[in-house]
Design a protein around this ligand. Structure first.
Ligand code: HEC
Ligand code: HEC
Length: 209
């Protein structure tokens, strides 16, 4: 993780611990594990600068599973997965109760679809490519829990591009602990190159608006 981000998180954690100590006599639960906005933006809307995606509006089952997957080291441990390696230690320090609390807390954040940022995509070609994704992610990329596939609509496009590249390269989805990432990784063989990834994400950008 970059030194600036690390310092910011550390400063936040220290201030949270200080605040908790000061309130030690109060009957409140400590909230030191609610440090997500430091990287994921205010109210979890995502931060391109840190490459931390939007969490607000994310399905609770998917959020919980990713936190457990990061914590177990099934995601964010491949040395080429730069962004995942920033997230992994953040999940590693959470207890089961803290994960439950964070998932519950995140369900109160307002969902605001991310604004498109990428350019140079061929939307028509992306639409053709996306037909292979519909079975699991739904025709509007709205997600389908029965297929374990999260919503993609409204997610930060730069994040979707990174994930598709990472799946394709095996930086995500190749870990034996990543049971749900493996079938997704297989799907990226239909995306020939970076242009195909940009095309399909450009089409996803048109959905759910
Ligand atoms: C140090 C910065 C940092 C902090 C603090 C942080 N995250 Fe992250 N998080 C990231 C980055 C960067 C990514 C993108 C990882 C990737 O590209 O694979 C990420 C990814 C995620 C993902 C994966 C999203 C998806 O669509 O699969 C989840 C879930 C997540 N974070 C939840 C949290 C929660 C909940 C907290 C607070 C308990 C938190 N993060 C705190 C940096 C951070
Ligand atoms: C066989 C079912 C299946 C198909 C088909 C499929 N996916 Fe997925 N996809 C999944 C599952 C399951 C996950 C969640 C993996 C996990 O839990 O770590 C996922 C995750 C993703 C993610 C990561 C989302 C995030 O928040 O981190 C992206 C991006 C994605 N899929 C894009 C696509 C695209 C684009 C296609 C079509 C080319 C596609 N998927 C086809 C099952 C599928």
């Amino acid at each position: 993780m970059s030194r600036t981000v690390f310092s910011a998180v550390l400063a936040f954690l220290l201030s949270a611990i200080a605040a908790t100590t000061a309130l030690a006599e109060e009957p409140h639960e400590p909230v030191t594990h609610r440090f997500c906005f430091t990287c994921h933006g205010t109210d979890g809307i995502g931060s391109e600068g840190i490459q931390a995606p939007r969490l607000a509006g994310m399905e609770p089952w998917y959020l919980k599973r990713q936190l457990e997957l990061f914590r177990a080291g099934g995601r964010g441990t491949h040395p080429m997965d730069i962004e995942g390696m920033e997230m992994q230690p953040m999940a590693a320090i959470l207890t089961d109760a803290e994960i439950e609390d964070v998932v519950q807390w995140a369900s109160t954040w307002e969902y605001i679809p991310a604004q498109p940022t990428i350019t140079g995509g061929d939307v028509d070609h992306g639409k053709q490519l996306f037909q292979a994704c519909v079975m699991c992610h739904g025709d509007q990329a709205q997600g389908n829990q029965a297929m374990n596939a999260p919503a993609l609509q409204g997610q930060n496009d730069w994040y979707l591009v990174t994930q598709l590249k990472n799946f394709k390269a095996g930086y995500r989805g190749a870990n034996p602990l990543d049971t749900f990432g493996a079938p997704m990784r297989a799907m990226t063989s239909g995306l020939a190159d970076e242009q195909a990834i940009i095309d399909v994400v450009s089409y996803i950008n048109t959905l759910g608006r």
